[in-house]
Design a protein around this ligand. Structure first.
Ligand SMILES: Cc1cc2nc3c(=O)[nH]c(=O)nc-3n(C[C@H](O)[C@H](O)[C@H](O)COP(=O)(O)OP(=O)(O)OC[C@H]3O[C@@H](n4cnc5c(N)ncnc54)[C@H](O)[C@@H]3O)c2cc1C
Length: 456
């Protein structure tokens, strides 16, 4: 990057909000993927106007810009592979407004998802999209990936709660999409176009989200299944019963064994799956739902069924599931978390296939799943310094995606495509879809400066 451009960028934000110190550049060269590339400069903007001025300069000089929230994405979406500018949005972290009458909130993109949840709770409201990374993930990042989470089955994903966005385009123009109205069908749905675009179409600088009344109570049930097939039959039977759980999570035997060895929670290690079911709503209706779910779980051969009677007991039942990512990640130097997603009726087949793929390639792969959505998270453990093992991991990932697609699934249920899954995109999108995707990108970012080297 030319020194003159660096000086211009620093003068836009002022001293203290831009850095090209080597240790900072290293920190922003990484995310949870295996890729790594240093930017030339990291800038911390605090307003739409600043982002617009930065983009105007970057556009003029055709310099790449990678926008970053907390960098927790799992598909190499924030590695600045072509160098240039990293726009770190962490200082645009204000909740600008909570409007309980219109049930909406207006936030800057650096607000942490959890902080918004806590803030709206005071008004008896809820913002449902809650990725498991909610204590770290930013609102901008969740828009960038269209994040889901454990509550997706009942409540949907990020895009279902977006009312409007302010977006700075590649050339610095400021685009306003949507607005404050619940219903809005004017023109193309540019809000949804931006959601999940992984920083390749614009920089989101303000977000208006829809809120809903917070359910008055919730109950959690845990069930142990000696046979995997029975657990997935139970998932289908619960859904078919007309009950829509707020969460329906599955842990396979590899994950159960790892969590139990680490945390000694008293989970049985001789079962093939554990299901956690959470229902929420009015306290009066919950007892009936819990009884019906308990009956279904037993009918489907669950060997142990426990319904929490208090919030503390519920929290205890969730402990293993919440700890699972970090426990698995500690077992080996590297972990890749995939998110192949299949129609829910193919959940068991997919979990079985993943187990077979693990055995074939002599790898340790555990599976967590948002079972109600058919959204699997195979957790692949390895050591990247072992080149032979790394090749086996790559072969296993390739097979997992191909099997998932053959079962009617998709490459990603919630993590996005980024760099890691870009080579597989053509397996899912046909020529026409690829061509439309490229046309959209070309018209909004003709110089290809926004998050280059990713899926488009
Ligand atoms: C332990 C763990 C658990 C996770 N669980 C879930 C889960 O349950 N559900 C789920 O969906 N994901 C999950 N994730 C993935 C990740 O946390 C989410 O995708 C999250 O939304 C990323 O937020 P972030 O702030 O870290 O974004 P980043 O990783 O910084 O960015 C993500 C993408 O959004 C773009 N972006 C960031 N800010 C902006 C902006 N202001 N404007 C435009 N684009 C922007 C980036 O360029 C990038 O492409 C998990 C990750 C981890 C590590």
């Amino acid at each position: 990057m030319k020194d003159s451009l660096k000086k211009e960028l620093i003068s836009i934000v002022g001293p203290g909000r831009a850095t090209d110190e080597p240790e900072d550049l290293v920190a922003y060269s990484l995310d949870p993927s295996l890729d790594e590339h240093r930017p030339d400069i990291v800038i911390y903007p605090i307003s739409t106007e600043e982002v617009s001025s930065i983009m105007k300069a970057a556009y003029r000089e055709a310099v790449p810009v990678t926008v970053r929230g907390s960098g927790t994405n799992l598909a190499g979406e924030t590695v600045p592979v072509r160098g240039g500018i990293v726009l770190a949005m962490s200082r645009m972290d204000k909740i600008l407004e909570i409007d309980p009458h219109n049930r909406l909130a207006r936030v800057e993109p650096g607000v942490i998802n959890y902080d918004l949840q806590v803030a709206v709770e005071k008004y008896g409201l809820m913002y449902p999209p809650d990725p498991s990374s909610w204590r770290t993930a930013t609102m901008g990042g969740t828009v960038g990936t269209n994040a889901g989470g454990p509550k997706t089955l009942k409540y949907g994903v990020t895009r279902d709660y977006l009312l409007g966005l302010t977006v700075v385009l590649a050339n610095g123009d400021v685009l306003k999409t949507g607005g404050r109205a619940i219903k809005n069908v004017t023109g193309y749905d540019l809000t949804r176009l931006m959601c999940g675009s992984e920083g390749t179409l614009g920089i989101v600088t303000e977000i208006i989200v829809r809120l809903i009344p917070k359910p008055r109570a919730s109950r959690t049930i845990m069930a142990h299944f000696p046979r995997l097939e029975d657990s997935s039959d139970a998932v289908s039977a619960i859904i078919a019963s007309g009950i829509v759980p707020a969460g329906l999570e599955l842990m396979d035997k590899v994950v159960i064994a790892a969590v139990e060895a680490d945390s000694h929670l008293g989970m049985p290690t001789d079962v093939e799956a554990i299901l956690l079911v959470e229902v929420d709503g009015d306290p009066e209706s919950l007892n009936i739902q819990v009884s019906r779910i308990e009956a279904i779980l037993k009918e489907k051969n669950a060997s142990g069924v426990t319904a929490a009677e208090t919030p503390e007991e519920a929290e205890r039942l969730w402990t293993g599931r919440r700890a699972a990512f970090s426990v698995m990640a500690r077992l080996r130097p590297n972990v890749i978390i995939e998110d192949a997603t299949v129609p829910v009726s193919n959940l068991t087949t997919m979990v079985r296939k993943v187990t077979q793929i693990a055995e074939k390639h002599k790898l340790q792969i555990g599976v967590l799943a948002h079972a109600g959505d058919g959204n699997l998270h195979p957790l692949i453990l390895f050591d990247e310094r072992d080149k032979d093992e790394l090749h086996r991991v790559e072969a296993a990932i390739d097979e997992i995606f191909r099997v998932g697609l053959a079962l009617g699934g998709t490459l990603s249920g919630e993590h996005g495509i980024g760099m890691s899954k870009a080579p597989f995109l053509g397996l899912e999108l046909d020529e026409v879809a690829m061509s439309v995707t490229k046309t959209i990108k070309q018209s909004l970012d003709p110089k290809g400066i926004l998050n280059p080297g990713k899926f488009v």
